[in-house]
Write a protein that binds this ligand. Structure first.
Ligand SMILES: C[S@@+](CC[C@H](N)C(=O)[O-])C[C@H]1O[C@@H](n2cnc3c(N)ncnc32)[C@H](O)[C@@H]1O
Length: 292
């Protein structure tokens, strides 16, 4: 796994492993623990909550991991709804990391899953998956490209059809990009999306991320596994990507994660000094053109 951003993919994988083994799991990913155990950086991290001495009281492996479990579930549901009810057959995972949705979700026939991430992350993913009895439930097309560069041609060269509807996911990605790169990414998704397409992404609305630098989530992640999220997040003023999409003919719904904790009856709820306070999950749909 190259670089510190790649390690955040391992963090999310560890959270998904822990979620998988919970009796009341929100999402199951049987591959997640294999990534965690295979990478030297994470081989000694827990993959079950029982391995954490203070269990659910641990801010990183308790509350934060459950947050990732909830996010996984909500975005699984979003993608499957687009495919099964919306009839979409092209799925694009932007900053896919160790996402195994191609393998673990029930896709309708004819689905193609494009997974975009950096070469080192995808190489590690394939090395681990190749050692497991893992077969994708859809056509899977990994694309090694940097999302700060001009990645549209890489996607269309790999078979993405701009004339057919698509569903896009930027899960845990935009915080790491500069403001200009986020705007470029959203503009590119819009340009490649025909009416009937959908997009989900996560943003942080905090005016100043450092306001929460002493929060249990940030400090425990830093002290327990050496990942200083605040040094990885881009701290430029963020663009209003949801607003920009509305201007381009999309409808959007913006939710807090806590909305879904309440809906599912489990997951993180607001607390004091909460690094999750500004997180929003945005669900966008591009309107179909009506004939004049
Ligand atoms: C926190 S991980 C999330 C991975 C995955 N979406 C998930 O939720 O499990 C962020 C991912 O974005 C990828 N990423 C960050 N910046 C990127 C860039 N400029 N180009 C391509 N991938 C990038 C990282 O390599 C990493 O795999």
């Amino acid at each position: 796994m190259e670089g510190r951003v790649g390690r955040t993919a391992l963090l999310v994988a560890a959270a998904r492993a822990i979620e998988t083994h919970r009796p009341d799991s929100l999402a199951r990913d049987i591959y997640a623990e294999h990534f965690v155990l295979a990478a030297p950086a994470s081989a000694d991290w827990p993959v079950r909550i029982q391995q954490v001495p203070d269990g659910d009281a641990n801010p990183l492996w308790g509350r934060f991991a459950r947050y990732f479990g909830l996010r996984t579930r909500v975005l699984d549901d979003f993608l499957l709804r687009s495919a099964h009810e919306g009839g979409v057959r092209q799925v694009v995972l932007l900053g896919a990391g160790l996402d195994t949705r191609a393998f673990r979700l029930d896709w309708p026939p004819g689905c193609v899953i494009f997974e975009i991430d950096r070469e080192g992350v995808l190489a590690f993913k394939h090395q681990v998956l190749d050692g497991l009895p893992a077969a994708p439930n859809a056509a899977r097309v990994p694309i090694a490209v940097d999302l700060r560069a001009d990645w549209a041609a890489s996607l269309t060269d790999a078979g993405f059809d701009t004339a057919a509807p698509s569903v896009w996911l930027a899960e845990g990605l935009l915080f790491y990009l500069s403001s200009a790169a986020e705007t470029h990414l959203i503009d590119t998704v819009d340009r490649l999306s025909t009416g009937g397409s959908a997009l989900a992404f996560e943003v942080k609305l905090d005016k100043d991320l450092l306001e929460y630098r002493d929060s249990p989530l940030y400090t425990s992640t830093h002290h327990q596994i050496g990942i200083d999220l605040l040094s990885l997040f881009n701290r430029e003023k963020r663009p209003d990507s949801a607003g920009a999409l509305v201007g381009k003919g999309w409808t959007t719904a913006v939710h807090t994660p806590f909305d879904f904790s309440r809906r599912h009856g489990r997951g993180p709820l607001p607390e004091r000094n909460d690094a999750l306070a500004g997180n929003r999950w945005v669900f966008a749909n591009k309107r179909r053109r009506t004939r004049p």
